[in-house]
Design a binder for this molecule. Structure first.
Ligand code: SF4
Length: 362
């Protein structure tokens, strides 16, 4: 038998009541994932909303649900199809885990998501907060969530010092989240506290005057809302440099060569451009690796793209080729016509480079 969570404290009661009555008047109730709240839909929306704003997620979620209306359809789709529907949302490990999880739920659970936080957390890519959201919002049972918005509200409400990425701060925030989550209306409560974080208790300039729990908020009373939660300690990111090779056949600049990235690592499973390290001679690589003869190479403006752990300085090269038929040697390499570019799931900076190239033809 599961343990009882917490005794109802006066603060919990007050906090939940204030938050829920604010939610009844101001909360968001008509986002696409609020309608027909199945575990599948709540799960997909929660994964998309990690590190991504609601307004960005809405069209992605709608396209995703139109193409993969059930977990079985998602499980049966090709990697390519899933990545294509994720391309542009970033943090691509999320999409790979989503697909792996769909396969597991479809094959091992007959398409039915487990109904406890613990069992959900055993699935690929489902963390404690996502599991809590599925149980609370789709199954209507009491469960606790702690996403980025909730962390900010709670860190300010009780002035919990330190960066929320550290284990000690996370532990304290989970303890407080447990304490404040009520036993009833948990689906609404979890939505309410996320909405409060994104609509009122914003990262900068929180609208404390509109906040339903302002009279109990420690950071507001101390005039220190700007200092909570604590900032991530800054460290300069290491930088890597690569050439992305935009290769096109002589006299046929409407066709370019695309190469699929390996399934893991940066941009894993997405379509990109052939690449080479700056220490290598691009024409040698193109002939040795791809079997084409280089006619000319032109260097164009670079891009600095930031990943979580490093920055990538991309130096694009436009490469005119004398193509050799054996050059496209396997299914991870494809000639892509300008009219078909939209069919390929590509990371944002690559799509930007491809667009810039085709625009230059006009
Ligand atoms: Fe956030 Fe201000 Fe409300 Fe405190 S009073 S929870 S800082 S919006």
């Amino acid at each position: 038998m599961g343990r009882l969570h917490t005794a109802v404290t006066a603060d919990q009661d007050w906090f939940a009541k204030r938050l829920l009555s604010w939610f009844d008047q101001h909360g968001r109730k008509n986002l696409p994932w609020h309608l027909d709240r199945t575990p599948y839909r709540v799960w997909v929306s929660e994964v998309m909303l990690q590190q991504t704003q609601v307004s960005t997620v809405v069209p992605y979620f709608e396209r995703f649900m139109a193409r993969f209306p059930t977990v079985h359809e998602l499980a049966a789709a090709s990697d390519d199809e899933v990545m294509k529907h994720w391309a542009g949302l970033g943090y691509y490990a999320r999409a790979r885990n989503l697909h792996a999880c769909a396969k597991q739920v479809s094959q091992e659970h007959e398409g039915i998501f487990p109904d406890t936080v613990e069992a959900l957390q055993a699935l690929p890519g489902i963390g404690r907060s996502t599991a809590g959201a599925i149980v609370a919002q789709a199954l209507g049972k009491r469960a606790v969530i702690l996403d980025g918005n909730v962390k900010r509200v709670l860190a300010r409400y009780r002035m919990i010092a330190g960066w929320t990425g550290t284990a000690a701060v996370q532990k304290e925030l989970w303890r407080l989240a447990e304490e404040l989550t009520p036993a009833s209306r948990t689906a609404d409560y979890t939505q309410a506290i996320m909405d409060l974080g994104s609509m009122v208790c914003r990262r900068s300039n929180p609208a404390c005057g509109d906040c339903p729990v302002r009279s109990g908020c420690h950071a507001r009373q101390a005039g220190l809302t700007g200092q909570y939660p604590g900032k991530k300690p800054r460290k300069s990111l290491p930088e890597r440099e690569i050439h992305l090779l935009l290769c096109y056949p002589l006299h046929e600049p409407h066709r370019i060569l695309l190469e699929k990235r390996p399934p893991s690592g940066i941009w894993g499973g997405l379509w990109s451009l052939p690449q080479c390290e700056p220490v290598h001679v691009p024409s040698d690589i193109i002939t040795a690796e791809y079997g084409h003869k280089v006619v000319s190479i032109k260097e164009t403006g670079g891009i600095l793209h930031r990943f979580t752990h490093f920055q990538l300085r991309i130096r694009p090269l436009w490469v005119q080729l004398q193509p050799h038929e054996t050059g496209v040697r396997d299914s991870s390499l494809q000639w892509c016509d300008r009219s078909r570019v939209g069919d390929y799931g590509m990371p944002k900076p690559v799509r930007q480079l491809v667009k810039h190239f085709f625009d230059s033809l006009e």
